[in-house]
Design a protein around this ligand. Structure first.
Ligand SMILES: C[S@@+](CC[C@H](N)C(=O)[O-])C[C@H]1O[C@@H](n2cnc3c(N)ncnc32)[C@H](O)[C@@H]1O
Length: 422
């Protein structure tokens, strides 16, 4: 039943999930799990059940989605939002409430963080409204329930928890003041009629979803995101997704670690990037790696980002060496910021995605790491470190066959390399 293309195609069509981005193991596991739960004996039988039942279709989607999220993920982006929101209210003379969309919102941590950030910045409840949307009804239900465990509070600064949550026996319950700012509903980013009659949003958060789409779906989704973002609005995306946006006519607003893009003019960048004071845990030592020569990416038409000028733009090899040095010193946040800065100013290269993968891996975000390693391999299919690290990750997730395929690929590439050198 595993590796049955029908299931890959079904998920691609319904939620945009691209098997080569996440790897077949995640989808195969979900299909196995649902097939067992629905007592199907064969792939054909499960396929038949799936075709005949909307509930089963939703259950398969629930089994395959990655709801990983936490409060104030990428904290700088919320600080940036608060500044931009204050400015935007002044620009529109406080004539209406700001409209903010979090899609996908998963279990609610992102839209609630938006509301907490704005209330903490002094905005009044009538000055903004947040909408959260996700394809998973289960996640949306959890978001509405608004009771959270420790895993949702991962940053260093969790003082907001004391301000906005009430301790209960089984977790932390979000307070009414924040809850009232956020409306939650089920919605699919791939739905052509999505929010069709809604006015555009001043701020749109679409983070950690685009990495699971192939290029065609990304393009389709960018058109939707552009429609949803006000012409003077700002779109916040995930760290791995920035390099994609330039190609679709959006520009970084130049604020480090905010991953914020505008449809319009570029704002002045901050002089000094604000780094997160996190350290690489000792669990996995980062190997010293000499940066390889920079290769161009295999995209035919690329619109270069106009944000970084030549004078402020050190050459690629220097930046790569700097990333390696920061990562090797255990300066995780600085290394990540350097990767982001690289991707804003240069064409993406495998080595940068490899570093992002490694940094995510070490920070315990296995799925994010997988996405980055796959991007590295997309750009450079034989990248030895990305192959080996992704293999190790798959192995740790029980995907022995997937791990073996990557190890074989690495070994073949090493053999070819040494034959070339002879
Ligand atoms: C990794 S979470 C991201 C949550 C949050 N934006 C963040 O960055 O922390 C990805 C979410 O995307 C949702 N999702 C997947 N495909 C979707 C689609 N086509 N439309 C809307 N949501 C989708 C999943 O249900 C999951 O909750």
């Amino acid at each position: 039943m595993s590796s049955d293309q029908r299931f890959f195609d079904f998920l691609k069509e319904r939620i945009g999930l691209d098997v080569t981005s996440v790897g077949p193991a995640i989808i195969e596991r979900a299909v196995r799990q649902r097939s067992t739960a629905s007592r199907s004996q064969t792939a054909d039988e499960y396929w038949h059940t799936l075709q005949g039942s909307r509930d089963e279709q939703q259950a398969l989607i629930e089994a395959v989605i990655v709801p990983e999220t936490w409060f104030f993920r990428y904290p700088e982006s919320f600080a940036t939002l608060a500044k931009l929101a204050t400015k935007r209210l002044a620009d529109i003379n406080n004539m209406r409430a700001l409209r903010i969309l979090s899609l996908p919102c998963s279990t609610g941590e992102e839209p609630y963080s938006i509301a907490m950030a704005l209330l903490d910045a002094g905005l009044k409840p009538h000055q903004f409204k947040v909408e959260g949307m996700d394809v998973s009804p289960l996640s949306v239900e959890k978001a509405k329930h608004a009771l959270y465990g420790k895993n949702s509070f991962r940053g260093q600064d969790i003082a907001f928890r004391d301000r906005h949550f009430i301790v209960e026996d089984d977790g932390y319950r979000l307070g009414e003041r924040v809850l009232e700012q956020v409306r939650l509903q089920v919605g699919n980013l791939l739905d052509p009629a999505l929010l069709a009659n809604e006015p555009p949003y001043d701020f749109v958060f679409c983070r950690n979803l685009l990495i699971y789409f192939d290029q065609t779906t990304q393009q389709q989704v960018f058109e939707v995101l552009k429609r949803l973002t006000h012409v003077e609005g700002v779109l916040f995306i995930g760290p791995a997704e920035g390099s994609l946006l330039g190609r679709f006519g959006m520009r970084s607003i130049g604020i480090p670690q905010s991953f914020a893009f505008s449809r319009q003019s570029v704002l002045a960048p901050e002089a000094v990037p604000a780094f997160l004071p996190t350290q690489l845990p000792a669990r996995q030592p980062v190997r010293s790696v000499t940066p390889p020569p920079v290769r161009s990416r295999p995209f035919a038409t690329v619109t270069p980002l106009p944000v970084v000028t030549k004078a402020a733009n050190p050459d690629a090899a220097t930046l790569l060496a700097n990333i390696a040095a920061l990562a090797n010193e255990g300066k995780s946040a600085e290394a990540r910021a350097a990767c982001e800065s690289y991707l804003r100013s240069h064409e993406p290269v495998a080595q940068v995605f490899y570093w992002l993968g490694l940094l995510s891996d070490v920070a315990g975000s296995a799925l994010e790491a997988q996405g980055f390693y796959r991007k590295a391999l997309y750009l450079e299919p034989q990248h030895p470190d990305a192959l080996m690290h992704l293999a190790a990750l798959l192995q740790s997730q029980g995907d022995t066959a997937g791990a073996r395929r990557l190890q074989d690929r690495a070994a073949r590439s090493e053999r070819a390399d040494s034959e070339r050198k002879r």
